[in-house]
Design a protein around this ligand. Structure first.
Ligand SMILES: [Zn+2]
Length: 284
């Protein structure tokens, strides 16, 4: 199995405490400056306009791809893009430059970056049993983008003063936007994970968006069940398990959320049936 170097290093950074692992010298840190710079980044993040959000996301996506390239299979990439675009195009942020890709690693995971970047891994595609399962996980990641969860996580980390050297001069240069510190903090988020509540929210959004796209809403919970049945300590699941709430808790929340509410969708036509319905009236 190919182990992505960046993922490993950001995991190490997350485990060891990001400031420490990045080689900072705590003795040299002026605490007043930490708070000051943290607040500057926090303010800047809260006010990030959409073009800068996209720039930050593009940088995070490039860093992810630098560590783990895309699967070299145009057919697979086109297929995943088609599903992703179909779902994202039915959201309130349909106008973002959405990109979907399959990362060439057996690790089971999925990632989103601000501004419309969504990746799933080859390992995840391998265990997803159907297009609805895949649509569910893409919808979950699209949910993170819609709600700007990663930008919010960057802001929170800045407030904790962990981002001191990453803030650098960038934020104080008001006329010029340098996405670098945001991208660097953003990469640490992949190792630390988002807030649990953000994950639960993305799960909820995931089933709704999948259903809106004509998929059965149970794709995401079914995929979570599949993941839950895999060996919990398996190397391919380490990062996923370290950065997400326990799978059974996610399932329990989804069950509560979905109870009764999705019956209407269950009787909805699936994508294939919808196609047949839509084309039935055409002359032979
Ligand atoms: Zn998530």
């Amino acid at each position: 199995m190919r182990v992505p170097g960046l993922i490993i290093s950001v995991v190490a950074a997350g485990l060891a405490g990001s400031a420490f692992a990045a080689g900072f010298n705590f003795n040299n840190i002026d605490l007043g400056r930490v708070v000051d710079m943290g607040q500057k980044l926090a303010t800047a993040t809260a006010e990030v306009p959409e073009d800068r959000e996209i720039e930050i996301g593009r940088g995070m996506a490039a860093a992810l791809l630098g560590a783990t390239p895309l699967v070299r299979d145009d057919g697979v990439q086109r297929y995943v893009n088609r599903i992703g675009m179909w779902i994202a195009g039915r959201t309130e942020r349909a106008g973002l430059p959405w990109h979907f890709g399959v990362l060439d690693t057996e690790t089971v995971n999925a990632f989103a970056a601000p501004g419309g970047y969504v990746f799933v891994t080859r390992g995840l595609l391998r265990i997803a049993g159907s297009e609805s399962d895949l649509a569910g996980v893409l919808s979950h990641e699209i949910g993170h983008v819609l709600r700007r969860h990663h930008l919010e996580a960057i802001r929170k980390q800045a407030l904790q003063g962990l981002a001191i050297d990453l803030v650098g001069e960038a934020v104080s240069r008001s006329a010029h936007f340098d996405a670098t510190p945001f991208i660097q903090v953003g990469m640490q988020i992949y190792a630390r994970g988002l807030d649990r509540d953000d994950e639960f929210e993305a799960d909820g959004i995931g089933v709704v968006l999948a259903a809106r796209g004509g998929y059965e809403p149970y794709g995401l919970p079914r995929l979570l069940l599949t993941i839950n049945q895999l060996k919990p300590g398996a190397a391919d699941l380490v990062l996923l398990n370290a950065t997400h709430p326990p799978t059974m808790e996610r399932l329990a929340r989804l069950e509560k959320l979905m109870a009764g509410k999705f019956e209407i969708y269950e009787h909805n036509p699936t994508v294939a049936e919808r196609y047949l319905r839509a084309t039935r009236s055409l002359p032979p």
